[in-house]
Design a protein around this ligand. Structure first.
Ligand SMILES: Cc1c2[nH]c(c1CCC(=O)O)Cc1[nH]c(c(CCC(=O)O)c1C)Cc1[nH]c(c(CCC(=O)O)c1C)Cc1[nH]c(c(C)c1CCC(=O)O)C2
Length: 340
């Protein structure tokens, strides 16, 4: 039994005293204690060392007071396990020295044994669950197959992922093979996370909004739906797509327990597009955490009024930015806790 089960109750659609709150990318990034660890250990060492991953995962619970923890890791551990080299270059971000560009490249991508390649993630989950001591639930996550393809093909972050789109539209057969391999790996990975003890999972489709609605169905949603179908009877699934308001109607009928929305869609419109029944999560503009704490609190209360306190998980509309003052992150969380 989890002591603070607001998040799990909201996922079930139960009525709650106040909405639960957590922040996407809350583990690491803006916390001074995280910065100290960052100086000592490179990124994938932090991911692969269960003691470090655990320490970073619980930081925001202790220091900011969120109602759920999200495991410190990265969506790019999946391509790594699939035989695609991924580096994290300080100041640059993800860097893939041999991006996928041809059918032959796709043929070399493997669907790995999860325990062999990603066992360290399961160790981190078990250690984190012990450390959390059932105070709050633990969220596991994966990137959407499309978002992983974006990095695997582009080879690095991008404003428009033009090379990834060119690959999909000029070589759709190879693209779909790659997407299916990523999907199969992701399903096995998330099932292993469930077995290791996570209480919910979120699929991040960070770059779904790069696609037209039709291409979104074909290259992204189809695969997210497979993941939801495979997981939904075992664990609550949250589907988050950045810039994917056009797909909210479809997402709401997918079997996911909650749908994440970004700040470009108003709460009212998000409720309308999803039919008013499903739990929604979001959608504070991460940049609005630069506002003074009093203004953050006013805006958070307005956001909750607009979404309604039930079937709602307060969150940002995308990840917290690295230079947000900790006091402002705390003000965001406190505002939700003070909501009456
Ligand atoms: C697209 C994406 C990535 N990673 C992730 C996404 C989807 C969510 C989103 O859209 O923001 C997801 C992610 N990445 C990380 C987490 C762990 C949990 C958390 O932060 O709350 C999660 C949930 C750690 C991380 N992943 C990364 C860092 C920063 C690098 C470092 O700490 O050395 C952290 C804390 C590196 C990373 N990883 C990625 C990028 C683009 C970068 C570089 C830019 C940056 O986010 O700082 C890929």
């Amino acid at each position: 039994m989890i002591k603070n089960d607001l998040f799990l109750r909201a996922l079930k659609g139960e009525s709650v005293e106040r909405p639960p709150v957590w922040m996407m990318r809350q583990a690491g990034r803006y916390l001074p204690d995280f910065m100290k660890l960052k100086e000592k250990y490179d990124f994938f060492t932090r991911c692969r060392t269960p003691e470090l991953a655990t320490e970073i995962t619980v930081m925001p619970i202790k220091q900011v007071g969120t109602d759920a923890a999200i495991l410190f890791s990265d969506i790019l551990v999946i391509p790594q396990a699939m035989n695609i080299e991924v580096e994290m270059k300080p100041g640059v971000g993800p860097w893939l020295p041999h991006p996928i560009r041809t059918q032959e490249d796709v043929d070399r991508v493997i669907v790995p044994d999860i325990d062999e390649t990603l066992g360290y993630v399961m160790e981190a989950i078990k250690m984190t669950k012990k450390e959390l001591n059932d105070e709050v639930p633990l969220i596991g996550f994966a990137g959407s197959p499309w978002t992983i393809l974006c990095y695997a093909v582009q080879g690095q972050g991008s404003k428009n992922f033009d090379i990834a789109k060119k690959f999909c539209f000029s070589n759709p057969v190879a693209a779909h093979q790659l997407l299916q391999k990523i999907t199969d790996t992701t399903i096995a990975y998330l099932k292993a996370k469930v077995a290791a003890g996570v209480d919910a999972v979120q699929v991040f489709d960070s770059w779904g909004g790069m696609l037209s609605p039709n291409d979104y169905d074909e290259f992204s949603w189809k695969y997210i739906q497979q993941i939801i179908d495979a997981l939904k009877d075992e664990i609550p699934v949250i589907a988050f797509g950045k810039g994917c308001w056009f797909a909210l109607h479809t997402m709401a009928r997918s079997g996911a327990s909650a749908i994440g929305v970004d700040w470009t869609c108003s709460p009212k419109n998000a409720r309308y597009l999803t039919g008013g029944q499903i739990t929604l999560q979001g959608n504070f503009d991460p940049s609005r955490l630069y506002s003074p704490p009093a203004e953050i609190k006013r805006m958070v209360h307005q956001m909750i009024d607009e979404f309604g306190k039930d079937r709602y998980i307060a969150n940002l509309g995308h990840g917290i930015l690295p230079d947000i003052p900790v006091e402002n992150a705390i003000a965001f969380v406190e505002a939700v806790k003070e909501y009456k």
